[in-house]
Design a protein around this ligand. Structure first.
Ligand code: AMP
Ligand code: ZN
Length: 491
């Protein structure tokens, strides 16, 4: 192992609520499953925080030398509008609203999701679709039905009392009787959940399949158990999702995995980490938006595209995410985002200056750079302390006396973990054209040149007039900007 990669990787396991050393199930490999989107609508930037986190985890595992297999599923069969098997089917409702088939809706929003992932420099991952695994879900259901399930008119239900330690991940959801738990007539326990939902008599669904429990569709939690097992094998290393999934979706997945799992020791309980399907369960905290614009029901909600339309580079959003620890809430404000953009600009310009000096990245030998790499490693190994890792990157960017080629090499290694692409971007890449800007870049440059000439002639009336005209066109003239940025289009 290289001298810089010596700190053991510690990850916070929500199941034990403690930091644990990462010990791979398969030597040299890391297998990760991240709950993906329900593709009935665009993803908001809060959703994208979950994938930036999962991607940073994957990149960290690669930095540590593991061969990564990473799955992010696509939920393209509608689960219901509440986590708890109640409400309308999301896919079918959107299909009706948009006058398209549920299948077309799913394909469209999956593509949009994948485009946003690429814009955030999220590495390609496997994206299995739930609808491709319905047969496997039925096989799974059959294998657990006798011992763990019972049938009602509305479908096949999982009896949570048949597995040990149900709800440990959420810390006791079974007794709280909150509204989140489905109120289906005839259930044995409040927390029991659907493995299969029968299509109600007289109703037609676009997405339905035959099963031993009637025509209908799988319950939502089943797909992640089935695809995780099929693609990664039980037990796999790490399962991730947003913190909301710690309450219902993941406890239910774990219960299904226990029922299915062949490693049941004693009572098959969760003291044996193999019984939960994945050894470590990790959850990112939420992006909070106090303006209420993030909700998908709020008309024009906060999507990555909206940021881009305002001329803000999507990697500024990635940087904003990395500036907070993934287990902390992160408040979204435009000011925070613009501050992240400024920091990103500063980084990109510093790296571009290094590229101008050094023809290519060198080999890191300088003791201060080796120390910085070790510090960086210690930061990300401490449950992905990305805010700390970023400060180490900033330090290296500022170490002006060290050879440029060596610094470039160290920065490239850090960038591979942070995924900010500072190593390849240049200043013009960060300058996005806002969607409703009316003036061209060439025209702005021409006006600014005229303004400079007017100022040189001490014709301040003319130079002010040009500035006012530019302001009216949405262009902010940035005299004295510390980064040397001369103008920006604001919308
Ligand atoms: P969904 O499509 O609702 O299943 O959400 C996709 C992913 O985004 C899940 O892992 C959620 O837990 C996560 N998520 C939803 N809202 C937020 C938010 N505001 N901040 C961070 N993650 C979120
Ligand atoms: Zn899931």
């Amino acid at each position: 192992m290289e001298s810089t990669d010596q700190t053991p990787l510690m990850l916070f396991n929500s199941l034990t609520r403690s930091l644990e050393p990462f010990a791979p199930v398969h030597p040299g490999e890391a297998r990760v499953y991240s709950c993906g989107p329900t593709v009935y609508n665009y993803q908001h930037i809060g959703n994208m925080r979950a994938y930036v986190f999962a991607d940073t985890l994957g990149r960290t595992l690669q930095w540590k030398g593991y061969k990564l297999t990473h799955v992010v599923n696509i939920t393209d069969v509608g689960h219901l509008t509440s986590d708890a098997d109640e409400g309308e089917d999301k896919m079918e409702r959107m299909a009706a609203r948009e006058g398209k088939s549920a299948w077309d809706i799913a394909r469209f929003y999956q593509q949009d999701f994948e485009r946003d992932l690429a814009r955030l420099n999220v590495q390609p991952k496997q994206h299995p679709r739930a609808t491709d695994y319905v047969d496997a879900m039925i096989v799974w259901g059959k294998s657990i039905a006798d011992r763990h399930c019972y049938e009602l008119d509305s479908g096949l239900y999982f009896d949570v009392a048949t597995v040990a330690d149900y709800g440990r991940l959420a810390r006791a959801v079974t007794e709280d009787g909150e509204g989140r738990i489905e109120s289906v007539e005839g259930k044995r326990n409040a927390a029991d959940f659907a493995i299969w939902r029968k299509t109600p008599p007289g109703e037609a669904r676009q997405m339905e399949w035959d099963s031993p429990w009637g025509r209908g569709a799988p319950g939502w939690h089943l797909e992640c158990s089935v695809m995780g097992e099929a693609l990664l094998g039980f037990p796999f290393d790490i399962h991730t999702g947003g913190i909301d999934h710690r309450e219902i979706h993941h406890p239910n997945e774990i219960a299904q995995n226990q029922a299915f799992c062949c490693h049941a020791k004693d009572d098959g309980g969760l003291d044996d980490p193999r019984n939960s399907g994945a050894k470590i369960w990790m959850h990112n905290n939420f992006l909070i938006d106090r303006s209420g614009k993030m909700s998908k029901s709020s008309g024009e909600f906060l999507r990555l595209q909206l940021l881009i339309d305002k001329g803000i580079h999507p990697l500024a959003y990635r940087l904003m995410c990395l500036q907070a620890h993934y287990r902390s809430e992160l408040e979204f404000t435009w000011d925070n985002l613009l501050a992240a953009l400024t920091r990103l600009k500063r980084m990109v310009m510093a790296v571009a200056a290094l590229r101008d000096t050094a023809m290519s990245a060198g080999v890191v030998t300088h003791p201060r750079l080796l120390a910085a790499l070790a510090e960086f490693d210690a930061a990300i190994s401490d449950d992905l302390n990305s805010p700390k890792a970023l400060t180490v990157l900033d330090e290296v960017l500022g170490q002006k006396k060290i050879d440029a080629a060596e610094r470039l090499a160290a920065i490239a290694r850090m960038d591979a973990v942070l995924g900010l692409n500072v190593i390849a971007m240049s200043r013009p890449d960060l300058r996005l054209r806002p969607a409703d800007a009316t003036i061209s870049e060439a025209e702005i440059e021409r006006q600014l040149k005229l303004r400079k000439e007017a100022r040189a002639d001490k014709n301040f009336a003319a130079s002010d007039a040009i500035r006012d005209a530019l302001t009216a066109a949405g262009v902010e003239v940035m005299d004295g900007d510390p980064l040397g940025w001369e103008w920006a289009i604001r919308v």
